[in-house]
Design a protein around this ligand. Structure first.
Ligand code: FAD
Length: 446
């Protein structure tokens, strides 16, 4: 992996833009959520004294998204309680927080540039960071515009969905990924009739093994949610501009007064495209979060990075949609902007809370050739351990936090967990961790 070496990325030029007179000083961070806030705060932690402007288009101060599909919808937390930092934090760290400004154009050269917002406001910079995140993938079905049909990405989306759920009887979730299943679990717990429509043959297919998918199917069904796999949505039906149902390709109609569409996200790359940066399912960055111009950094959901896992095979680059990635990558990006050596090499991890089921994933399971099941999925307390060439590379842990901690720690240290011994769920995994690779007795399945 190449180390960021560009000196121009660390420029502190104080020149002015020729045509506008806007000072080109300090760092401009576009996107003021998880990655953007971390980047700004890391710049200060690393001793940067130049101006920092953190700009975002949303009206809210930066906030955490994960609770939006969990505690917020259940009414356990308010939107205000989800903000990351107090206003004093931004003031004390001399971070200028700008909300309600959408950047639509950027001009830059090796010494900095100017970004222009939709309102016409201009932001000069010597260094530039893109933390523009992602937007929900839209599906263009007839009826998508009906009231009651929603997506979930922002606090505004969540507030609308919460309102709809208050009076809803029949809830349909299109998409059996993490966000869809979290919302489904919450709605079901609130006594709604809930149907999840998943186009693929299994739930959460992009992220977990068939064993974990099968578990989620059984667990949600046990809790009274109807799950339809291989479901082909044809259109949304409505009356008086309000959704009344979801029609499937076979003509059947599932009643709905609220529909949540959760079919993945698309990275926001429009500004990067305008700058001529390399794109490939996101903004292509190196392990130092540096983009192809050798000047701009990008971090979080918008960035496509080299696979940080030394053990997971098969995948060279990937985009990670998680808080942990946004935070880690933003720290690396801050160091790169300051010309400090930094390389993303941490083990990715992720969590999802669905009803009383806590899933924790450590590592990346891509390229696994063996699975070890630890515990009985029907007990709703089990782990799936993934191996490649006899070496542990990842784990899905459902209500088994100690397994998660043991695997995450072993992966961080490049250690091994004997797959044959790991089957015994009464044996704490941490006792099975060894430094030496465990000899592979049987050839792994192809
Ligand atoms: C409902 C929900 C639940 C989730 N649950 C989990 C979970 O349990 N665990 C987990 O690890 N992750 C979870 N995630 C994912 C996690 O929230 C994201 O990975 C994380 O927020 C990514 O941070 P980011 O800063 O890269 O992007 P974002 O949070 O998307 O922030 C990007 C910001 O940039 C702004 N922006 C974009 N373009 C412009 C522009 N041109 N001008 C101005 N502003 C712009 C956007 O408006 C946005 O506010 C969840 C996400 C959602 C939506």
């Amino acid at each position: 992996m190449t180390r960021p070496a560009s000196t121009s990325a660390t420029s502190t030029s104080t020149t002015s833009s020729n045509d506008t007179g806007v000072p080109r000083r300090g760092t401009l961070i576009i996107g003021n959520c998880q990655a953007g806030v971390q980047l700004a705060s890391s710049l200060r932690d690393l001793g940067d004294t130049e101006p920092i402007v953190l700009v975002g288009e949303e009206s809210h101060a930066p906030y955490q998204r994960p609770p939006l599909s969990k505690a917020f919808l259940k009414g356990e937390v308010t939107a205000d309680s989800l903000t990351f930092r107090t206003h004093e934090f931004y003031a004390d760290h001399q971070i200028e927080l700008v909300t309600r400004e959408r950047i639509v154009e950027i001009e830059r050269d090796a010494h900095g540039g100017v970004a222009v917002a939709e309102s016409g406001r201009r932001f000069g910079f010597a260094r530039l960071a893109l933390t523009t995140g992602a937007v929900p993938r839209q599906i263009p079905f007839e009826g998508s515009e009906l009231e009651g049909v929603s997506y979930l990405r922002t606090a505004t989306d969540a507030a609308l969905l919460e309102q709809g759920l208050l009076t809803a009887t029949d809830v349909v979730v299109v998409g059996g990924g993490f966000i869809g299943l979290e919302v489904a679990a919450g709605a079901r717990a609130a006594g709604k009739t809930v149907t999840v429509l998943e186009a693929a043959p299994r739930l959460v297919g992009r992220a977990v093994s068939e064993e974990t998918s099968a578990f989620y199917l059984a667990a949600h069904t046990r809790r009274g949610t109807r799950v339809v796999l291989n479901a082909q949505v044809a259109r949304f039906t409505g009356e008086h501009d309000r959704v009344t149902g979801v029609e499937l390709a076979d003509g059947s109609i599932i009643p709905a007064d609220v529909v949540l569409i959760g079919v993945g996200v698309i990275p926001r790359t429009e500004l990067a495209a305008q700058l001529g940066l390399d794109l490939d399912n996101g903004i292509t960055v190196n392990s130092g979060a540096l983009t192809s111009d050798g000047l701009t950094v990008a971090a979080g959901d918008c960035a496509n990075l080299p696979n940080p896992s030394i053990t997971a095979g098969g995948i060279e680059r990937l985009r990670l949609e998680s808080v942990q990635n946004a935070v880690e990558q933003a720290k690396i990006a801050a160091a790169t902007l300051l010309g400090l050596p930094a390389e993303y090499s941490t083990v990715p991890w992720f969590w999802s809370d669905q009803a009383d089921l806590k899933l924790q994933i450590a590592g990346l399971s891509g390229g696994h050739d063996r699975i070890v099941l630890r515990g009985d999925p029907d007990s709703e307390k089990f782990s799936v351990l993934y191996y490649r060439g006899g070496q542990i590379i990842a784990a899905d842990c459902v209500n088994r936090p100690l397994d998660f901690i043991a695997v995450r720690s072993a992966l961080h240290k490049g250690q091994q967990i004997d797959p044959d011994a790991a089957v015994d769920e009464t044996m704490p995994l941490k006792k099975l961790v060894t430094d030496a690779p465990t000899p592979v007795l049987a050839a792994p399945a192809a």
